[in-house]
Design a protein around this ligand. Structure first.
Ligand code: MG
Length: 251
């Protein structure tokens, strides 16, 4: 099932995306229970939003074996995590604003997931019931600032630096999915989550032992090899087989 959050007329709703490119409204948000109504609109009549209500966005640093090889870095023994603020989140089709004074703006294609219910100290074998669904995320990074600052906060936190979408796929195997990034339709990243160093189950459990995860929070699982820079005017698409495409534009 594909769960979308969307703007229709002046209100924000959740819905289920159908194969005929229509959306059926849910009667309320999907975190406790998914209640599908008969109200149906064409998907083009609404604006898709980032499919989350994130109090926080937690991301994993190096998490692909092939990316570690590319960087000639050792395989980490535990996940390196960092945060982006909720104000960095944007939806599909929206503009990534290139900040003045940033010299190198990079894309990072990532598989992300959204928390369904409050989670603290959860073992990795119990992860499934805490995850609402999976989506595409672009961990936009001011690479020159990341290199210069010891902390990553500034480099990762500008407004619009966290595109996510286009929806949540609830039936999805996160451990063998093809993940690609296209810059102006040229393939730049091409890998599979089979190269994960830490599985979704391990990442989720690790983070839940640090902080309470709330419904709507986002966790992103790191990027594969092929990271590179973007310019104003570029179109950038994260594409994950079994989920869909997330396209944004640099302005
Ligand atoms: Mg990243």
């Amino acid at each position: 099932m594909r769960l979308a959050k969307f703007l229709y007329k002046t209100n924000i709703h959740w819905g289920v995306v159908n194969d005929d490119n229509t959306i059926n409204f849910l009667s309320r948000d999907p975190f406790e229970k998914i209640l599908i109504t008969k109200k149906n609109i064409p998907i083009r009549a609404c604006k898709l939003l980032a499919p989350a209500t994130a109090s926080k966005i937690i991301l994993v640093g190096l998490n692909y074996r092939d990316h570690a090889r590319e960087l000639k870095m050792a395989i980490p023994k535990e996940p390196l995590i960092f945060l982006k603020p909720s104000t960095s989140l944007i939806g599909p089709g929206e503009k990534i604003i290139y900040p003045p004074n940033v010299k190198r703006l990079d894309y990072e294609a990532e598989l992300a997931f959204v928390i369904r219910k409050k989670a603290k100290d959860i073992s990795s074998k119990d992860y499934r019931k805490y995850i609402l669904g999976y989506t595409c995320l672009n961990d936009v990074t001011a690479r020159d600032i990341q290199t210069k600052d010891t902390q990553w906060t500034r480099a990762k936190s500008f407004d619009t630096f966290c595109p996510a979408g286009p929806w949540l796929e609830t039936e999805f195997n996160p451990n063998e999915a093809k993940i690609n990034l296209y810059l102006n339709d040229d393939l730049r990243q091409n890998s599979s989550t089979e190269n994960f160093i830490f599985s979704v189950a391990k990442v989720f459990s690790f983070i839940s032992k640090i902080m309470t995860l709330l419904p709507g929070d986002i966790i992103s699982t790191g990027t594969p090899p092929g990271v590179g820079f973007m310019k104003k005017g570029d179109k950038v698409t994260v594409s994950i087989d079994g989920i869909g495409d997330l396209t944004n534009y640099i302005r």
